[in-house]
Design a protein around this ligand. Structure first.
Ligand code: FPP
Length: 227
């Protein structure tokens, strides 16, 4: 969800206004995905690197998270959407952690769609934690070295209950991954759009999905093998 800051700057507002308007796009995107029957949506809301932003901006984002969670819990319940979070959640301010935990618990039995927020998330950090956990299990003879395969890695990722990514959308014209789900996007289709996140609407999401539907996902095979 990139481009909140530039959107605000273009309009002569402070960056916080960009983030605030970004929450409208979050709402529209979540609603549209649920309508379309998409079972999993993951939003990169705050990266491990984002902690290095000015304190005022970090505080604003954290406050926005708490207020959005408080505001949207009803909508999540009414629409049967389960909230999930990935990342180094212990590093979040207590207030955010508490609110997040509450919404996750209250929505845990919802089945229509899982909405995952990546918060204080960094893929490299996630992979380091996977290596540490698995190494520890090997050391304690819980797993043998020979048995380490893709499924073992998958089971130790923050995303252990989620499927691999099918489609990754990045807004604002930047064409990079920025430490997001590096393992999980091995075969994802990438879609980049110049639209800044606060301007991202239902129609832009449809455009991304229509583009995705035209692609042939070969997973290393040939076209002939697929047909
Ligand atoms: C990137 O734009 C966006 C963020 C770092 C924060 C995303 C947060 C929201 C959309 C609002 C809160 C989210 C939820 C789930 C309620 P940027 O600030 O890097 O923009 P720039 O590249 O133009 O400076």
């Amino acid at each position: 969800m990139d481009g909140n800051g530039r959107w605000a700057k273009q309009k002569g507002f402070i960056r916080a206004i960009g983030h605030e308007n970004g929450t409208k796009s979050v709402r529209e995107t979540v609603e549209t995905c649920a309508e379309l029957g998409i079972e999993n949506l993951t939003l990169y809301a705050f990266s491990t690197e984002n902690w290095n932003r000015p304190k005022l901006e970090v505080d604003t984002l954290m406050k926005l998270l708490v207020s959005s969670l408080k505001k949207e819990i009803k909508t999540l319940q009414n629409n049967n959407i389960k909230l999930n979070a990935i990342g180094n959640l212990n590093s979040l301010p207590k207030k955010v952690f508490k609110e997040l935990h509450e919404v996750i618990t209250k929505t845990q039995d919802n089945t229509r769609m899982t909405l995952t927020l990546a918060l204080s998330y960094g893929s490299r950090e996630e992979l380091i934690s996977v290596v540490k956990e698995i190494s520890n299990k090997v050391k304690n003879n819980i797993i043998s070295l020979e048995n380490i395969d893709e499924s073992v890695i998958n089971k130790h990722l923050y995303t252990q209950n989620l499927p691999d990514v099918d489609l990754l959308i990045r807004t604002s014209g930047e064409q990079r991954i920025s430490n997001f789900l590096l393992w999980q996007i091995a075969y994802a289709e990438l879609y980049f759009t110049d639209v800044l996140w606060p301007d991202f609407t239902k129609q832009h999401l449809y455009d991304a999905i229509t583009d995705y539907q035209k692609r042939e996902r070969r997973f290393g095979k040939t076209s002939e093998q697929l047909s």
